[in-house]
Design a protein. Structure first.
Length: 150
């Protein structure tokens, strides 16, 4: 896993088991070369805005995609989403909510705040790997960003 200008995926997940499953699924899909994992919403914002322990990453490119859990310590996922999507500098970063919440209110609020996709974590590992592979193919290989990159 790397930091700085090479980051393609920012994984924001506080549950160590879910993070490990996501990282294994990314690895199995050959998408782990450029992943940074953070454990709470505050760390996610610190990474994106190059502050706190990520201070010194100034001038880096933003991640190509953020995989965001909703139920996070310190700053919740919906608040992180709101901050990213309300800032002109970061609103073009694709954000995929990856959560165990099937609550319609979470889904509705996520879309109202500008989420690009909302995925409920499959319990079955192989289905999860397939979902990660599909999203990776689309967001990292097929999707086009203005100017070629974010």
């Amino acid at each position: 896993m790397t930091q700085g200008s090479e980051v393609e995926i920012l994984l924001v997940e506080d549950n160590p088991n879910d993070a490990e499953i996501a990282l294994r699924a990314l690895k199995k899909s050959k998408l782990t070369n450029k992943v940074v994992h953070v454990c709470d919403g505050e760390e996610a914002l610190d990474f994106i805005y190059a502050r706190g322990k990520f201070n010194g990453n100034e001038g880096k490119k933003y991640p190509k995609i953020v995989l965001l859990d909703l139920k996070l310590p310190k700053i919740g996922g919906l608040e992180v989403l709101k901050i990213i999507k309300s800032d002109p500098a970061t609103k073009a970063i694709p954000v995929v909510v990856l959560t165990s919440s099937k609550e319609e209110k979470d889904m509705i609020e996520s879309y109202q705040l500008g989420v690009n996709s909302y995925l409920v974590k499959p319990v079955d590992f192989e289905k999860f790997v397939e979902a990660i592979k599909d999203f990776g193919m689309y967001w990292l290989l097929l999707n086009q960003f203005p100017g070629g990159q974010i």
